[in-house]
Design a protein around this ligand. Sequence first.
Ligand code: AMP
Length: 419
Amino acid sequence: MTSFRAPRGTFDLLPPRSEHILAVREGLAAPARRAGYRYVETPALEDTALFVRGVGDSTDVVTKEMYTFTTRGGDSLSLRPEGTAPVVRAALEHALDKGALPAKLWYAGSFYRYERPQAGRYRHFSQVGAEALGTEDPAVDAELVILAADAYAGVGLRGVRLLLNSLGDQRCRPAYRSALQEFLRGLRLDADTRARVERNPLRVLDDKRSEVQEQLHDAPLPGDWLCAECTAHHETVRELLGDAGIAFTDAPSLVRGLDYYTRTTFEFVHDGLGAQSAVGGGGRYDGLSESIGGPSLPGVGWALGVERTLLTLEAEGVELALPRPVDVFAVPVGEKAARVLFGLVTALRRAGVAADIAYGGRGLKGAMKAADRSGAAYAVVVGDRDLADGVAQLKELSTGQQRSVPLADVVDTLREALR
Ligand code: AMP
């Protein structure tokens, strides 16, 4: 024991739950990988200004939740609170925008937000994300939504609902924004919210407090102000989703927390999560590149919360199909047998069989217990008598059946048996 603890809002992942997280992460990424998205990794740290300009200086994520510090060299860096601005930054830095478009990228990693910790809300959490850069084609919006829906289905999640909206673009959004501001200025709101009306009025639609929500019934909605191009874009996305058999709910007041979204926005929600119902979300961000000083580079993407997906799977009682940690567990009785089995375990591993061995000169009983605990399908037991006969005892742990196999044949026999 030590008095040190993982910092508040963070957690350690230990087996077997760590393996569930790994399986969820791999499962969520699988559909995007099958669709030609390539892996990208960016640093956990970025210039603070990237997020201030890219995510928006009036968002909670940037104003209240970033871990920001000054380096010894005097630079202001922040732990990344999200992945899209970093990916767009990296794409521009490495001129992916000059290459084959769309650039389709996926990532998985840790993100950091100084939020009030509660179930499903942490200060350090992990996301799988996918981004398609360099096209306005609504088919790519639909592709990404389908991939996210398939990702949840692929890990076995059933009760996830898709909310869909369009926020308009730089042509129609300004008029909508003004109309919304005019409406909001007429409401009874506290000083903070009134300030938000001036800086980021769309976010007020997202205010969870009932005293705010009950005044918003007649608020103008983005959908009523879409220009012809945005309407056509949105219609195509809706049709393609329908054709793919993806169920969705139109959510006219869905705005989401980050400033950079244009046109398509969506969120995946699950009712088994309590207050933190969002398991993932995303949308189109055609203005993001320019807001961080880049050229015009339209993009669309999503980020799916790994821990929240696992929590919802647990809430639904879904058992993840996990590979056995090891297939074979070696039980040596005596020092000579330990030598021989050590070599055999290495040979098994090199032959592609997951294998482990009892260490520390444990007796037969303790070592057999370790074999059972390991989850292996077979134990290989060797003692002095076996060595003299040149054999090993293969024990099938589920049935207790045991047979004697020449030592030289153990690798091939096990490889066959485990096929
Ligand atoms: P966002 O970038 O806020 O849209 O987040 C995308 C997804 O990441 C959410 O739907 C959540 O599943 C997950 N997420 C965001 N913030 C947290 C957090 N503080 N703790 C755990 N998961 C989070």
